[in-house]
Design a protein around this ligand. Structure first.
Ligand code: ZN
Ligand code: ZN
Length: 554
């Protein structure tokens, strides 16, 4: 009997930066690698975040999912965990200690911690997930406790890099596991899946430790408050800032729910060392002079709901920008977020703060490998096949070129986007069928309740506003009773638009009393009225506000 087929299904992270999620299958056995989210681009109004479309998994009833394995604790790898656990209760989780703790916060927040079991392993451990023997190895990135994996399959070893760079002087002293990578290549690597984020950048990413120098300068020179915005999960950055706060005699306050929770958890675990009397509650910052205060906050990507951007528009409950504040944005804008990040930075300047961000000073360094590190990984593992992951299409393409230059045959390099299955058997690997691999939007109202259509509506509202017409008609004769009421926001200033409003009113009379009004049911009549008014508005203003109509029968 032929051995079961190997299938690798990227459900997120290929063709975009964010929401990483991959399924590995051999026959009917499977495990999931990472369950990330993506932050919305600025043209997705009101969406809080985006999770991968994992319909494929819910539809494959025959598939036995043995576990979900995590590379590290960043949002783009862990953020959707509660949604996945909710969809597949009972499927256990595997993660290193810090990643497991970060996941724990999310599972509790999502009220699903009872639905799964979290198995903790140390970098370097071999874990058995159902029939899959998975060998973890330590990689350096921008948070501690990151791993990549060697995944044993009937057709050979798959090496997944996780998010990595080769940092030879990491802040926590734990170096990349070069030895394990070399031992993989001795055994023969079927497929390498490598992080492509910085594939278009030559050279080598600087070590995380250069940030220390830049922070020291800020702490030495700032006369007012210092605020540092970064990712909520960036424990090593929080540690660096806390250490400087203690060195320069400042109190540290944390703003933002997720960062506050992470700090609590990390201190409890002993991976974050902050003196009891250094940490103060955000409500107490005014008890101290400005030069005695450091505040760490979320929102380094300009996310509208996070602390930094709310503060930049004067809408944070407890925090205002004050003249003399120094604000460090310690993160690079993820592609797609640049506009929001720079808009936020401009607003902070307008409010009188001094804003420091890379490239003004190296207050952030990428956690991802550049070209020379990618070549090193390719040369260390010498894979037969190569699948670039974690990047937009342009990054994947560049990474593919590097692989080919490093000696992987061009026909063995797959540049694919989400939903494209890579299949394997004893003859090797090839590109297979396509499964759904799109977006699921999440906002306050729930998961997947808003689709493209809702986003389009929000776009219309944001660009052209709306106009609402409410009118009473006689139930029997269809005659309009009284004057139609017109309300508008974000479209035209009604008092300056007499002519236009007159035209809208006569359209109402025309439609309801003349040719097309009578005899229709109320829904149809409303719809027709809506279309007619939209047409008038477009003809007169060349804009398309959203039009609502209410027809009350009396
Ligand atoms: Zn990461
Ligand atoms: Zn990532």
């Amino acid at each position: 009997m032929a051995k079961a087929k190997l299938r690798i299904i990227p459900l997120g992270g290929l063709g975009e930066i964010g929401k990483n999620m991959t399924v590995f299958e051999v026959g009917n056995d499977a495990f999931i690698l990472d369950t990330g989210i993506m932050f919305p681009a600025n043209d997705m109004h009101g969406v809080d975040y985006i999770i991968p479309d994992f319909r494929y998994l819910t539809e494959r009833k025959d598939l036995k999912i043995h576990g979900t394995v995590f590379t590290h604790g960043h949002e783009d790898h862990t953020g959707a965990v509660a949604h996945v656990v909710d969809a597949f209760p009972g499927v256990p989780i595997w993660a290193t200690p810090i990643t497991a703790a970060l996941l724990g916060v999310k599972l509790r927040d999502g009220h699903v911690n009872e639905k799964t079991k979290v198995n903790v392993f140390e970098a370097g451990d071999i874990i058995q997930v159902g029939p899959f023997k998975i060998e973890s190895f330590h990689v350096t990135h921008s948070i501690p406790d990151c791993v990549g994996f060697g995944i044993n399959t009937p057709y050979g070893l798959i090496v997944h890099s996780g998010d990595y760079k080769f940092d030879n002087s990491p802040v926590d002293g734990k170096k990349p596991d070069y030895a394990k990578l070399a031992s993989f290549s001795e055994r023969g690597v079927l497929l390498l899946m490598g992080d492509s984020t910085n594939a278009d950048q030559p050279g080598w990413t600087p070590s995380e430790s250069i940030v220390t120098g830049a922070f020291d300068k800020v702490f030495r020179e700032a006369h007012g408050r210092i605020m540092v915005a970064t990712f909520a999960s960036h424990i090593s950055r929080i540690q660096q800032v806390a250490t400087f706060a203690e060195l320069y005699g400042r109190k540290l306050a944390i703003a933002g729910h997720s960062m506050t929770e992470n700090v609590k958890m990390a201190r409890k675990m002993g991976i974050l060392n902050i003196n009891e009397d250094t940490l103060i509650d955000l409500s107490r910052i005014h008890d101290y002079p400005a030069h005695k205060i450091v505040i760490m906050l979320t929102g380094s990507q300009g996310e509208p709901s996070a602390v930094l951007s709310r503060m930049s528009v004067g809408q944070h409950r407890q925090l205002d920008v004050e003249r003399g504040d120094t604000i460090i944005v310690s993160a690079h804008a993820i592609p797609g977020n640049e506009e929001m990040v720079y808009r936020t930075i401009n607003r902070l300047f307008q409010r009188g703060a001094d804003v420091i961000y890379d490239p003004i000073a190296p207050v952030h360094v990428s956690g991802h490998a550049r070209q020379e590190e990618m070549r090193l990984l390719l040369n260390l593992t010498r894979p037969k096949f190569f699948l670039p992951v974690h990047g937009e299409l342009r990054h994947l393409k560049e990474h593919a070129k590097l692989a080919i230059q490093s000696g992987v045959p061009a026909e063995n390099v797959f540049v694919v986007e989400n939903g494209v299955v890579i299949e394997g058997d004893k003859h090797g690997l090839r590109v297979g069928e396509r499964v759904p691999g799109g977006y699921v939007f999440v906002d306050g109202s729930g998961v997947g309740e808003i689709g493209r259509a809702v986003i389009r509506d929000r776009e219309t509202l944001a660009h052209d506003g709306f106009l609402m017409v409410s009118v009473n008609v006689d139930r029997d004769t269809g005659e309009v009773i009284g004057d139609p009421e017109i309300i508008s926001r974000g479209f035209v200033f009604l008092r300056d638009a007499d002519d236009l409003m007159q035209q809208v009113k006569s359209t109402v009379y025309n439609v309801l009393e003349n040719q097309n009004g009578r005899g229709r049911n109320n829904g149809k009549r409303r719809e027709y009225l809506q279309e007619s008014i939209s047409k008038v508005l477009y003809n007169e203003t060349k804009r398309r506000p959203m039009v609502f109509t209410i027809v009350n029968e009396q």
